[in-house]
Ligand binder design. Structure first.
Ligand SMILES: Nc1ncnc2c1ncn2[C@@H]1O[C@H](COP(=O)(O)OP(=O)(O)OP(=O)(O)O)[C@@H](O)[C@H]1O
Length: 275
């Protein structure tokens, strides 16, 4: 579709945080390639992830956004016929190093899926589960406080405080379920939230609440969010990464990407010329 001969492919070896903070990256992704069987879905992907930023993955359907997101916390470990090359460096160590314990690694990444997927158990159990699993709280009282904190941070506490044990997570509205899933993701005290189109199946009011949460939570975490909404990327992201046919073609500060993207593919996609 595009002649890419004059494309300026931007990789990120040095990133000045858009907020002006010059923090070292939380994670460095270098020359990441991924194959599903014979099919290559990611090609030489490079980027850094910084604490305190929201990074949006955008790009046309099938360009590799979800595949890239799942690499960050080794979600492909159990997918058949997946082969990965390259480095994903966290705390100076590749996350595929044999010394890395996958459950401990995943604890550092909260996952929020497109479709809210609470456990068919009480609201309280949904949130307590992760902290219990990893033995993060010393006793029941601490766990009670932690559940409340997670629900408050997800802006759900006031709506569910009287039903914590009476109602199942699945009994809540779609928007409430998604905020419950965010509270559940916060339960393991992650450093990063990975959000795969978190507002793709909820209404506009619920979407606004989730976006407000993203803006709050990114102050204390890194957030990587896949979105098909350019407006949403512009509202919540500090940086935007544009994927195209398995390549991360361009990454940069949100306003720069929206007003002055270097690659014609990113410009055309952002302008809505294709999707
Ligand atoms: N489990 C899998 N097995 C084989 N191929 C897969 C698998 N998952 C994804 N793919 C393929 O890899 C490519 C990238 O898919 P991916 O889901 O990462 O794209 P995406 O950008 O997230 O798309 P969308 O915006 O539609 O969700 C696509 O061609 C897809 O068909």
């Amino acid at each position: 579709m595009f002649d890419t001969a004059d494309t300026d492919t931007t990789t990120t070896t040095t990133v000045i945080h858009p907020s002006g903070r010059n923090t070292p990256p939380f994670m460095e992704i270098r020359d990441l390639n991924l194959w599903y069987g014979e099919k290559q879905a990611l090609i030489d992907v490079n980027f850094d992830l910084h604490p305190g930023e929201a990074l949006a993955f955008i790009g046309p359907s099938g360009c590799g956004k979800s595949t890239a997101l799942k690499c960050l916390n080794r979600m492909h470990d159990d997918t058949r016929d997946v082969r990965i090359t390259g480095q994903l460096v966290l705390d100076g160590e590749d996350i595929h190093h044999p010394d890395v314990d996958p459950p401990l690694l995943r604890r550092r990444f909260g996952w929020v899926a497109q479709k809210p997927n609470p456990f068919p158990s009480s609201i309280w159990n949904n949130v307590a589960y992760g902290a219990r699993l990893h033995g993060l709280m010393r006793d029941k009282a601490e766990l009670e406080g932690h559940v409340e904190t997670c629900l408050r941070r997800a802006h759900l506490w006031e709506e569910v405080r009287d039903d914590l044990h009476r109602k199942a997570g699945t009994d809540l509205s779609g928007g409430q379920q998604q905020r419950l899933c965010i509270a559940r993701a916060l339960s393991t005290q992650p450093d990063v939230l990975l959000m795969d189109e978190p507002t793709g199946s909820i209404d506009p009011i619920a979407t606004a609440k989730v976006e407000e949460l993203v803006l709050e939570l990114k102050e204390s975490k890194a957030i990587v969010i896949i979105t098909h909404s350019m407006m949403q990327a512009r509202r919540v992201a500090d940086r935007v990464a544009y994927f195209h046919l398995g390549r991360l073609l361009e990454i940069g500060p949100t306003e720069t990407m929206f007003t002055n993207a270097k690659t014609r593919e990113a410009r055309a996609f952002i302008d809505g010329q294709f999707g």
